[in-house]
Ligand binder design. Structure first.
Ligand code: MRU
Length: 369
């Protein structure tokens, strides 16, 4: 997607040096800093400290992490135990987004019978590049499948503005291109539909305020930043036509883990009969877990992310304490929205209802598991 008219992705492989480049999302929107990942540890830090974040992008970064593991192996014969343990370390970097283990396992599966280092580098590089392209293409298709949802609302409203509410950042920064939740919005915008986005700020790290607002602004899409708690009020006053969010892990039964606060948006949407869609590539489905509330691991992050807020003053990025210094804080990063609150999933294969039967109808190869 474009940034100041320049085509950008949040991650790419530097074909000359072999290193992996990422946009450091902690610094956006005020600074666009590109960081080099050369070691597996760089990759793990980038995921844990959220230089990169968002489920599909975490997955792609993990895939490149496996590539870095083989690239940095000291001798010509890759040891199987080394590869297994590096993959395990990468997968443990963040627990909720299932894309991470999906992507790491995919690269590992290609490598597990290869011990020659040069061959392993080339295979890992190809597979990680392929995953990045696949996720970009999946998001493009999510946009195409989601467009009719927005178009129908626009028709029902005789062309008046369609107001979409979204939470966190499920845009191109969180994926590779287009985003998941934002892909139908960009497709609608490109199709000339009058669309406006309510952007939840998304405390504590403000991915909405910092990233979604920036992305939409760069593309020229109308948007308004709101506090996380404003959604219910806007819905009661008919100012939201639909909600579209992304997800970090969705069970094959339709339960959706996404950024903390998503569940409350879904409840408010249900109470106001507003469609609540979740946009995701198939890499975000967990085909093993059936009870999301019970079984999806919910990441708990550093309480200081709640107690301190980062902002910009006089050209400098500052972090300031907003609570009593010694008040304890608990930082649950995600919550689970039960399937019964979800109107539908927008996937690369089309739209389906949030039920095991409908999901498996769209992905029949997964029912064989
Ligand atoms: O903690 P984050 O910023 O990685 O959380 C990201 C989200 O919750 C996104 O909504 C989700 O990953 C979907 S990304 C397309």
């Amino acid at each position: 997607m474009s940034n100041n008219g320049e085509k950008r992705r949040p991650i790419w492989r530097d074909k000359e040096t072999g290193s992996i480049k990422i946009i450091d999302q902690r610094r956006l929107p005020h600074e666009l800093i590109v960081v080099d990942l050369q070691l597996v540890n760089d990759c793990i830090t980038a995921i844990q400290d959220m230089y990169v974040r968002g489920a599909p992008l975490i997955g792609v970064t993990g895939a490149y992490g496996v590539y870095l593991a083989v690239l940095n192996f000291p001798t010509q014969e890759i040891e199987a135990d080394y590869l297994i343990s590096e993959c395990r370390r990468i997968k443990a970097a963040r627990p909720t987004a299932v894309n991470l283990s999906w992507a790491v396992d995919r690269v590992y599966d290609k490598l597990k019978h290869i011990s020659n280092k040069d061959q392993a580098i080339s295979v890992a590089q190809q597979e990680a590049d392929l995953i990045a392209e696949l996720e970009a293409e999946n998001c493009r298709k999510i946009g195409a499948h989601g467009l009719p949802v927005i178009r129908n609302i626009s028709r029902e409203k005789d062309g008046r503005t369609v107001n979409v509410l979204t939470h966190c950042n499920a845009g191109w920064l969180a994926c590779v291109e287009y985003g998941t939740a934002t892909a139908p919005i960009y497709a609608a915008f490109d199709a000339g539909i009058d669309v406006h986005v309510w952007v939840d700020e998304t405390r504590p790290l403000n991915q909405g305020a910092r990233l979604t607002a920036w992305e939409l602004g760069q593309q020229g899409v109308k948007h308004t930043l709101i506090t996380d708690n404003a959604g219910g009020h806007l819905m009661q006053h008919a100012k939201v036509d639909l909600v579209i969010v992304g997800t970090d892990r969705t069970t094959f039964t339709g339960d959706v883990a996404n950024k903390i606060g998503t569940y409350l948006k879904a409840l408010a949407a249900k109470d106001n009969q507003i469609p609540f869609y979740v946009a995701l590539p198939s890499s975000t489905f967990d085909w093993h877990i059936n009870d999301g509330v019970k079984d999806i691991p919910i990441e708990e992050r550093d309480p200081n992310e709640i107690k301190f807020v980062q902002g910009r003053k006089a050209g400098k990025t500052l972090s300031v304490l907003i609570s009593p210094a010694d008040s304890p804080a608990a930082n649950f990063a995600f919550d689970v929205t039960p399937a019964r609150l979800v109107t539908g999933f927008i996937t690369e294969r089309g739209i389906c209802k949030a039920s095991a039967q409908d999901i498996k109808q769209l992905f029949p190869e997964k029912s064989k598991r």
